[in-house]
Design a protein. Structure first.
Lengths: 182, 148
């Protein structure tokens, strides 16, 4: 349990540095550190599937994406914060904190999922019948690709649509054609 | 972007093969060990992104042009939808695991088991890898024109 608190404090420090630093690259690296902390947490909570996905997406989707797309290595952010913006953010954070504390009091204790105690819950069926009904040893794979395959189809559709949007908005050819016509 | 120094180029030319193999392993064994199509596809894309960072965009453009990458992306999406529709044709329900239930039950914990799940993993891995590579490639080639 102490390990989770240590990881949480590490992630909080990294988040504060990521917000406060002036250098864009070091800010991105700090956000990567938050992702690695979250990945370690998933690993210690015995969810290796999520840990692998988290670490891989964090590395590729954030750090390398920023490194590959920014033109210069050194991008400094200058300028003072406005007073009004700071007040609004502090108020919003306080509201979320108070609401969250009230909500967390209602939740069951850490490590005792609600669905484990409910009779006839779907998760119990997946755990006890998953290997027999789908033949996959990895229960996560049997859930996302057999029981809940519609979910995966929707996720694939979202990814496909985002690729179409990125390639259409950022294409070069139409701009050249427009320049020729003008 | 012309690429990095010769040290980075040498190391990445060795490491890229291992990363690619690891991605293939994660995809193929997705139904037995942690991992699966999505994580494996991202690892496949990251091996190409490593080459792109080390050798420059032009090198990758010659090896894997964006037209072929988009075709791979479409092929992955088509395969995944086809598996679902074949379930409707042969098993009677959309997305039913018809191979496991009717034709090839296989033995649990073996590589050839679980019917359509490994096939779906391969399709999703192809799709996710190609599309994430395409996103990073498109974003890195795009430079906003400076206004004069």
């Amino acid at each position: 349990m102490a390990m989770f608190y240590g990881l949480m404090i590490f992630m909080l420090i990294a988040a504060i540095i990521a917000v406060e630093t002036k250098n864009l690259l070091s800010s991105v690296i700090c956000i990567g550190a938050i992702g690695f902390g979250a990945s370690l947490m998933f690993l210690f909570l015995r969810a290796p599937d999520i840990a692998i996905t988290q670490i891989v997406v964090e590395v590729l989707g954030l750090i390398i994406l920023i490194r590959a797309t920014i033109a210069r290595d050194l991008t400094f952010i200058s300028g003072d914060r406005e007073f009004f913006n700071t007040v609004v953010s502090v108020v919003i954070v306080l509201v979320i904190l108070i609401t969250g504390m009230h909500i967390f009091e209602q939740l069951p204790a850490f490590g005792s999922p609600v669905f484990a105690e409910t009779a006839g819950a779907a998760s119990q069926t997946y755990i006890s019948q998953g290997l027999k009904q789908t033949g996959a040893a990895n229960i996560v794979a049997s859930v996302i690709l057999d029981y809940r395959a519609y979910d995966t189809l929707g996720e694939a559709t979202v990814l496909f649509t985002s690729i179409i949007g990125a390639t259409v908005i950022l294409r070069d050819k139409s701009k050249k054609l427009l320049e020729v016509e003008n | 972007m012309k690429g990095m120094t010769i040290i980075v180029k040498t190391i990445s030319s060795w490491v890229k093969v291992l990363i690619f193999l690891f991605g293939i392993y994660i995809i193929l064994f997705g139904h037995l060990t942690p991992g699966g199509g999505f994580a494996g596809g991202v690892i496949l894309a990251s091996s190409y992104v490593l080459v792109m960072l080390a050798f420059g965009k032009e090198f990758v453009e010659e090896n894997l042009p964006s037209s072929i990458a988009s075709k791979l992306d479409c092929a992955g999406a088509f395969l995944f939808a086809m598996i679902a529709i074949l379930g409707l044709v042969f098993g009677g329900t959309f997305f039913v695991n018809f191979i496991y239930q009717k034709y090839l039950p296989g033995e649990a914990l073996n590589l050839i088991s679980a019917g359509t799940i490994p096939l779906s993993n391969i399709a999703i891995g192809l799709k996710v890898g190609a599309s994430l590579f395409l996103v990073i490639f498109t974003l890195s080639t795009f430079r906003p024109k400076e206004k004069e």
